[in-house]
Design a binder for this molecule. Structure first.
Ligand code: ATP
Length: 361
């Protein structure tokens, strides 16, 4: 089921007369294609949960419309939208068994949708198999691990075969190892069911690793939508470039003069197509090539061993962050007391942004 958002806005009025309204979702206009896994990504407070709540019907928009396929669902109550919802804290019923939790959404169906106990049991078993918890049907939530509880919550959201599955920070209560496992599970379950799924996260790695498309938001505004690799390789602005990637992109004040990018006094890259201007120059950690004749000189701090790669930590007067991190092959050799390190740059790993608007130039 494709989802279309048209001029969608949610404004929360200020609690006092002098305060400003919060625009949690600011004029969203985009289409989420059918059957895809979408990562809704952005820092805390950027409006991710509000977006999800608008799609589910838990919040009403201030302006704009929401369509599921061709159907305008803006006025429909949540229970008539056919959405499955999974929250960060799972929200399982503690006094019910796994099976009773899963069939809960089926019990209130009325009219020709009403199901016998036997059919509900069958559906619960089928869905539990899908998320691989069919061996735990008689347990209560407190007798399950966090990851198992998460699967019960997903099974409960899937049992009615929703048109859309919405997950709000589904993995954030899990420890690091389980998080990794469960995110792969989520990808598998989504592929197996083909249900259009939107999951909210502030973890860029999580969103990048399993999403078909990512939507990057900040302060209620969508900054970029695209396939994870495309957004990483082609960030629309400085915020997106900084939000995606670990270690973070390295940002310098730079100048374009006479077809060259200058950082400090050094011309570090040829840029024949560009006019003279001041820029922010973002260089991905993997964009540095150690090169004793390279044009870009940094002050060496230390080398951190990572196995296959090493992380060279250095600094430069024109950098904006705390240090420069470059990831290079461990085959490079560095002297223990080396004071300077020189690099040449991979042009496709260098992004330039306007100093004022911070849009890509
Ligand atoms: P997090 O990752 O921290 O959960 P989020 O990206 O999901 O954040 P939202 O919960 O959607 O962000 O909140 C977006 C903005 O709207 C925030 O500034 C928040 O304070 C505000 N907000 C959310 N709900 C309400 C409400 N009911 N009344 C007033 N303001 C609200």
């Amino acid at each position: 089921m494709k989802i279309v958002l048209k001029n969608l806005t949610k404004r929360f009025p200020s609690r006092n007369k002098k305060g400003q309204d919060v625009i949690a979702v600011n004029n969203f206009n985009f289409e989420i294609p059918d059957g895809q896994l979408i990562g809704l990504l952005g820092p805390s407070g950027c409006g991710k949960s509000t977006t999800l709540n608008l799609i589910s019907g838990l919040e009403t928009p201030t302006e704009g419309r929401i369509f599921f396929g061709e159907e305008d669902v803006t006025e429909l109550p949540p229970e008539e939208r056919g959405v499955g919802l999974v929250f960060q804290n799972y929200a399982l019923y503690p006094h019910l068994t796994v099976e009773e939790n899963i069939i809960f959404p089926l019990q209130n169906l009325k009219g020709d949708k009403k199901m016998s106990r036997e059919v509900m049991h069958q559906k619960a078993v089928e869905t539990a198999k899908l998320v691989q918890i069919d061996g735990l049907m008689d347990r209560k939530p407190k007798e399950l691990s966090g990851g198992q509880q998460q699967r019960v919550a997903i099974a409960r959201a899937l049992v009615k075969i929703p048109r859309v599955l919405l997950l709000d920070e589904p993995l954030s209560n899990l420890d690091a190892r389980l998080r990794l496992q469960t995110r792969e599970e989520l990808r598998r379950i989504q592929r197996d069911t083909g249900v259009t799924t939107i999951f909210v996260t502030h973890d860029q790695e999580e969103a990048m690793s399993i999403s078909d498309l990512i939507i990057v938001m900040k302060d209620g505004v969508v900054h970029q939508i695209g396939k994870p690799q495309e957004v990483y390789d082609n960030p629309a602005n400085l915020f997106v470039a900084q939000f995606l990637g670990t270690p973070q992109i390295n940002v310098f004040s730079g100048w374009i003069r006479d077809g060259k990018l200058y950082i400090g006094d050094e011309a570090v890259l040829e840029l024949p197509e560009h006019e003279d201007r001041e820029v922010w120059a973002g260089i991905r950690p993997e964009g540095f090539i150690p090169d004793e004749n390279g044009p870009f000189t940094c002050n060496m701090e230390r080398v951190e061993v990572m196995g296959r790669d090493v992380s060279v930590v250095s600094n430069h007067p024109q950098m904006t962050g705390r240090c420069i991190r470059s990831i290079v092959s461990s085959e490079n050799r560095f002297e223990p007391d080396q004071k300077k390190v020189r690099f040449s740059l991979k042009p496709y790993k260098v992004f330039l942004f306007d100093r004022e608007s911070e849009e890509r130039v």
